[in-house]
Write a protein that binds this ligand. Sequence first.
Ligand code: PLP
Length: 420
Amino acid sequence: MRYSMINEAAARKLDSEDVLAHVRERFVIPDGTIYLDGNSLGLLTHAAQERVQQTVTQEWGQDLITSWNAHQWIDLPLRVGDRIGQLIGAATGQVVCCDSISVNLTKALVAALSVQTARGQRRHKVISTVDNFPTDLYMVQGLQDLLGKGNCELQLVEEKELNSTLTDDVSILMVTEVNFRTGRRLPIAELTRLAHENNILVIVDLAHSAGAMPVCLDEWQVDFAVGCTYKYLNGGPGAPAFVYAAERHHATMQQPLRGWMGHAKPFEFSNDYQPAAGIRQFLAGTPPVTAMVAVEGALTAFDHVDLKDVRDKSLRLARLFHDLLHDAGLTQMLQCIAPEQEAQRGSQLAYAFEHAYGLCQALIERGVIADFRAPNYIRFGFTPLYTSYHEIWLAVQIIRDVIATEDHLDPRWQQRNAVT
Ligand SMILES: *Cc1c(COP(=O)(O)O)cnc(C)c1O
C-alpha cells in the first residue's frame, strides 16, 4: 500500500500508532539530528553508556583484575553471543562475540573447509557474489593465496545466477543476506536448501540483517554466519563482531586462529592446543571488555521487542520515505536502486544520483545524516527502534529544500572526506 499525500500531522499520527515508538527513549538522540545512518553506525543507548561508565570506574578502576571473575568478564563473549543468538534465531551455545567480521569470516571459512575435508569431500570452490562487501571477498582471496587454489578458490557470480552455480563441485557458498549498496535481500533459506542438496556448506554475512529483521539461522539450517554489532545492534564504533557455527559442526570443525582463549583449559598454560568444546573454540585472544560491555548494554534496547515489528516498521518507514520523495517529484532525479518487491529489500534505500556526494554533505550540514557510497549512491538507513515517521517526513522536506536551492552543487563538496 502506498502512502499518499502524508502531511506533518499524518506523519505524527503514524507515530502515535507505532508499537515501537516507546523504544526510542532507550537511545541518546542528538538535538537537531535526523539519523538515517544506523546501517553504518547505530546510535548510542543509555544502557551502553551506563554500562561502560560502570565498567570503567568501578570494575576496571577499583576492582581491577578480580573483575574477570567478580564481574564475569571472562564469560562476556559467550553471554553476549547467546543474547545475539536470540536475535538471529540461534539456540544457545552457537554464537560468540569476538573480533571483526573480517577475522571471523576467515575463521568460518577455514572451519567450513575443515568440515568438508572431514566429510571426505575434495572440493575447493568458494562461491560468492561480485558485489559482496569487499572485505568478505578479500578474506577469501587471502586464503586462496595462502592455501593455494587447489584448496580454496574464489568464484564470483551475479546474485541472480547463484542458484545455477550451486553444483556438486562447490565447497562453500558465502553470501551476505542484504547487499550493502543496493539493499537487495537474498533468500537465505532457499539458497541454503539448494546448497545442501549438493553438500555445499553455507556461510552468511548478517551485517545488514542482525537487529534489522527476523533471521532464523537454526531453522534455515545455515552452517556458519558472521555479523557486526555496530550497525543495527548499536554496539558502538568498532564494536566486536559475532560468529555462529551450527552445533552439528562443533565436533568436526577446526578454527585456524588457535588462541589461548579458545583452548579447552586456557589457565593450564599447556603448550599443546586443545580446542574448547563448542563455539568457545572460535575465540582467539582476550576479549575487549570495555567494548563488549557496550554491546551487552546496547542489546537491552531489544528487550521485549519483536523483530517482526521491527521489520514491519522498517518497510513502512522506507515506503513512506520513498512515497514522499515521489510526491515531491524527486524520484526521477534520484533513481532508487532497491528491488521493487519489499520482501527482497533490507532496511535501507539507496539512490543513484550524479551529485550524491554533494547531496549527502549538504544534508549532513542540515542535520540529516545519510551516507555516500561510491561511485554515485546516497544511502538512507531505516532503524525502527529509534526513527520516527515524523523524522522521515522532515528529512524529505529538507532534501527537497536542498535540491531546490541547489545547495548540493556547492563547490565545497568537490573535496571528499576520508570516510564517506
Ligand atoms: C559493515 C560490513 C562489514 C564490516 O566488516 P568488519 O570486518 O567488521 O569491519 C563486513 N561485511 C559486510 C557485508 C558489511 O556490511
